[in-house]
Write a protein that binds this ligand. Structure first.
Ligand code: SF4
Length: 194
């Protein structure tokens, strides 16, 4: 079986969808995953594309601050995105781009075998919950909830909250975002299964 490092190298060389033409760096993901938790966002933005690392821009800064408040080391998680290369102008990735890139996320799950995946935002929630047969109309319908299922042969809980970029655009979501992460990272959320 591939190691995570080998998979990261493959992602960096990937030309499977048109996003490879405009990227500066692919952003495979990072972190030890030691806590058995993955965080999955939508796609890299400008700072991530420049550095080849996930969540290092303004949204990443909010995520880091929230994790730090909760006493969670970012490096103990595994942080990635559904789509590994930046869509030009930070547009939403197309259905085709998500479909082309999703096999990499499945392989990351297969290697890391997380017990819980936190999906940030509608694209991530839609892609991940789609893997266990759930359709997502609006992120508000599934936010704050956890769903059990088998993904890539691994029994996981998929828990949904807002994308930190949405929280930056709408600061009123900040408290809910922090409460969701506290529940999902603290082993809570047990009352949130659906
Ligand atoms: S977005 Fe994914 S599928 Fe498309 S080129 Fe990048 S790594 Fe490959």
């Amino acid at each position: 079986m591939y190691t995570l490092e080998q998979l990261h190298e493959e992602i960096k060389r990937c030309t499977r969808c048109p996003l490879h033409k405009t990227r500066r760096n692919a952003v495979p993901g990072e972190g030890s995953g030691r806590l058995g938790i993955m965080i999955v966002g939508e796609a890299p933005g400008s700072s991530e594309d420049e550095q080849g690392r996930p969540f290092v821009g303004a949204a990443g800064s909010l995520l880091n601050k929230t994790l730090s408040t909760l006493g969670v080391e970012r490096g103990d998680l595994y942080i990635t995105n559904v789509v590994k290369c930046r869509p030009p102008g930070n547009r939403t990735p197309t259905r085709e781009e998500v479909a082309a890139c999703l096999p990499y996320l499945l392989r990351q799950i297969e290697i890391l075998r997380p017990r819980r995946i936190i999906a940030l935002g509608a694209v991530s929630a839609g892609a991940l919950l789609g893997l266990i047969g759930r359709q997502v109309e609006r992120v508000g319908d599934v936010r704050g909830k956890c769903f059990r299922g088998k993904v890539a042969g691994v029994d996981v809980e998929i828990c949904v909250t807002y994308h930190p970029a949405a929280v930056l655009r709408n600061p009123r979501l900040r408290g809910t975002f922090a409460e969701d992460l506290a529940a999902f990272l603290g082993g809570g959320g047990l009352e949130r299964y659906f």
